[in-house]
Design a protein around this ligand. Structure first.
Ligand code: HEC
Ligand code: HEC
Length: 294
């Protein structure tokens, strides 16, 4: 009997040791990735100064507010002892903020390439979509950021709890860094598409606003990248969209309510970003989806 107990105890001891080693392996793998610094010089983008461009930048910035706050002075994205802390940075260049010493080209590096000033890869920030913004629009967006009043709002640095480090290291949170998903050559050559109701422009808006990131490439929906989000519906012709008129589609983004009476949760379906555009531009997205080949 004594021998059996001894064997069980040895077995348990070995199991605990293996689990501990696996935990240490995954957490240190995550920490190496988390702290990795990438040297990268973005191709320069021209920043306009005129009021029309700044207004265009303001419209494009509405999408950023769901995470960076209404004044773009940042907010806590998550802060939980079991997961860790991640602030959505203060973009106003205020004293003590993440962007205090940002140049215009540092903004290009972050928005287009997914790296902060120091060269760390950004997390959660949807750079796969924002990397699709054309040179002209990116210039407008940064021109608008340059007009923001400095709001002093400081946050603790991003940090992951040990359990979350292990899970992230084991790949349970999926793709952590959009930098790795971006084709950094192509992003320097994105063609400017004139604003209007064309399908081509509608395709551009769905790319920069990340509709295809959440609703998937075929727009037929599925699981959201956000684990606490409701399921992402089919917004192609085979979904409710197929029954909607152009006016009804535009109204979804103006009101956050669908023709079926569903109130969309802005935390999970950021309708205000597209809603900031003109009726004609939202109609472009309607035309794009309506004529999209499967
Ligand atoms: C889904 C939420 C989300 C959206 C939408 C979003 N961001 Fe971010 N952004 C973040 C988070 C979170 C960080 C910090 C990431 C980190 O430190 O790893 C960040 C970081 C940044 C940074 C780098 C600042 C630093 O810490 O050095 C810039 C610049 C930035 N965002 C600009 C924008 C702009 C411009 C838009 C809109 C076009 C935008 N973001 C949209 C979540 C978001
Ligand atoms: C961050 C993920 C995310 C992004 C980005 C996103 N959506 Fe959604 N969308 C959702 C989720 C989740 C729902 C369901 C919301 C709910 O149930 O409250 C939804 C719902 C919708 C609906 C309602 C569909 C129905 O039949 O009720 C439409 C239309 C829609 N999205 C269109 C778009 C378009 C167009 C874009 C790009 C401009 C977009 N979405 C970007 C996640 C997203």
């Amino acid at each position: 009997m004594k021998r059996v107990v001894k064997i069980i105890l040895y077995g348990l001891g070995i199991l605990i040791l293996v689990l501990l080693m696996a935990a240490l392996f995954f957490s240190s793998k995550f920490n190496r990735e988390f702290e990795k610094v990438i040297t990268f010089e973005p191709v320069e983008v021209i920043i306009p100064q005129d009021s029309v461009s700044i207004e265009r930048g303001r419209i494009l910035s509405v999408d950023c507010r769901s995470c960076h706050g209404p004044d773009l002075a940042g907010k806590v994205f998550f802060d939980d002892p079991t997961i860790g802390t991640l602030p959505s940075s203060n973009l106003t260049r205020a004293k003590g903020s993440e962007t205090e010493h940002y140049t215009n080209q540092d903004f290009v590096k972050a928005i287009r390439h997914g790296l902060n000033k120091a060269g760390n890869r950004l997390m959660v920030m949807p750079c796969k979509s924002t990397s699709q913004i054309s040179d002209k629009d990116l210039g407008c967006l940064i021109a608008f950021i340059n007009t923001l009043p400095k709001v002093e709002n400081t946050f603790p640095k991003r940090k992951f709890a040990f359990t979350a480090q292990i899970m992230a290291g084991a790949g349970l949170f999926g793709d952590l860094f959009h930098y790795d998903l971006i084709d950094h050559e192509i992003t320097n050559n994105i063609k400017h598409i004139p604003e209007g109701s064309t399908e081509e422009y509608g395709h551009y808006l769905t790319s920069i606003h990340g509709c295809n990131d959440c609703h998937k490439k075929d727009l037929k929906g599925g699981k959201s990248p956000d684990p606490v989000s409701p399921p992402v519906p089919d917004i192609s012709r085979t979904g409710n969209f197929g029954k909607w008129t152009q006016e009804q589609f535009i109204s979804v983004f103006r009101t956050g309510k669908t023709p079926e009476g569903k109130i969309l949760d802005g935390n999970f379906m950021p309708f205000a970003g597209l809603g900031a555009h003109s009726d004609e531009e939202i109609a472009a997205v309607y035309n794009y989806i309506k004529n999209k080949k499967d």
